[in-house]
Design a binder for this molecule. Structure first.
Ligand SMILES: [Zn+2]
Length: 60
């Protein structure tokens, strides 16, 4: 099953690989501006569930 890279902050899939550093890879999120080596990698089914959770829990 295909894995999807998503932003750990906002859950966006618009994650772009920026550079390979000595410390590791670096990614950037186009939606919230997050930059870092930590991203979430989940499969498509998990992503559907993740989106549901965001919609349900996003009201506060
Ligand atoms: Zn983001």
């Amino acid at each position: 099953m295909a894995k999807i890279k998503i932003c750990p902050v906002c859950g966006s899939t618009r994650i772009y690989y920026v550079a390979g550093m000595i410390t590791g890879e670096k990614y950037r999120c186009e939606d919230c501006g997050y930059e870092g080596s930590l991203i979430m990698e989940i499969d498509e089914e998990e992503y559907e569930e993740y989106l549901k959770k965001i919609r349900e829990g996003g009201r506060n």
